[in-house]
Design a protein around this ligand. Sequence first.
Ligand SMILES: Cc1cc2nc3c(=O)[nH]c(=O)nc-3n(C[C@H](O)[C@H](O)[C@H](O)COP(=O)(O)OP(=O)(O)OC[C@H]3O[C@@H](n4cnc5c(N)ncnc54)[C@H](O)[C@@H]3O)c2cc1C
Length: 325
Amino acid sequence: MMRIARQARALYVDLSQQGVLRDIYHPRPTYMFARTDEEVAVIARHGSDLLDQGESIIPMTHAELMKRVPGLGQHVLAGMKVPLDGHAVGYRVVERFLAASGVVPQRHTAVEHLMLSGDRVIGVKTARQRIEADRVVVAAGLGSAGLVGLEGRLIPRKGQLIVTDRASLSGAALPGPLMSAGYLAAKRDLVLKQSSISLVIDPLTTGQFLIGSSRETGFTDRQTDVQTVSTLLREALLVYPALACQRVIRTFAGIRIGTCDGLPIVGRHPDVTDLFIATGMEGDGISLAPIIGCAIADMVLDRPARFDLQLLDPGRFKSLPISAG
Ligand SMILES: Cc1cc2nc3c(=O)[nH]c(=O)nc-3n(C[C@H](O)[C@H](O)[C@H](O)COP(=O)(O)OP(=O)(O)OC[C@H]3O[C@@H](n4cnc5c(N)ncnc54)[C@H](O)[C@@H]3O)c2cc1C
């Protein structure tokens, strides 16, 4: 996944230089931090894996982190800077791709069934109409489960987030996000705990902070609750006490879709011809969106593959029985 993530980031840079994502993708470093000896070990392991993949990293002591991120709390023991990371806002990426492709989505139009002829997909059926198609890509998040036989294999994980008012009137208030080692641990081990907090303090270009987030396995509602929001705020204040000056202006929640083996599911349906799946990106769907989009486009259009996503092939599941309408 690290190889694919690095290719995905390089594609963001390319698309930004080509103009499709100009002013949408912004290079910036990530600062990972550890508050306990276990977390120091998690960061060391992650750093060594990044180095193995050819990524640059800069290990930092507490004093070095303080120089880069003034206002950091005494609870942070050490950290690591990943200098060549970047940031893009998900919905702006989607808007840009839609504009570039000329595609006009039919909103509020759920697909109820796939239409099959033998073992071939021939279109989709909504409440109002049947839409014929040579090929169908199902990229419907949790809605993919019933359509392509992934019930029990997709795992929803709710995440609650907090938005503050502006700490800066001239762009981001910090050079990059502060990412806890707990966040890495939660991502690397999908079944770590039923629910956990994986803290990231993200300085937005508006000068606000986005503080997240929880990982609540099995939850599909989008409610925020006082308990989780207050835990997130308490942890964030310990790491970055300067936040105490900010006001909370909004809280919200979203659903990540993980998978039973921790890998996204991207590629041809193993049993149904001309049917493709792209889902299960958990907390990485914005980072991976362009690379997965390119890979699926290559498959659908029978072009030579630009990216090797074999690891994510749906064929790794023995059978994905689907019910057609
Ligand atoms: C708190 C939180 C923090 C995150 N942070 C990051 C991050 O830092 N970096 C990152 O890369 N990613 C992050 N993500 C993950 C990212 O948002 C997701 O991976 C990504 O949105 C998944 O995109 P998707 O298109 O696969 O699914 P979705 O965004 O879920 O889109 C699926 C779409 O399909 C539609 N649909 C469902 N059923 C049907 C149907 N039957 N017919 C038609 N349409 C249907 C839905 O309405 C929806 O519009 C985060 C997510 C959360 C919740």
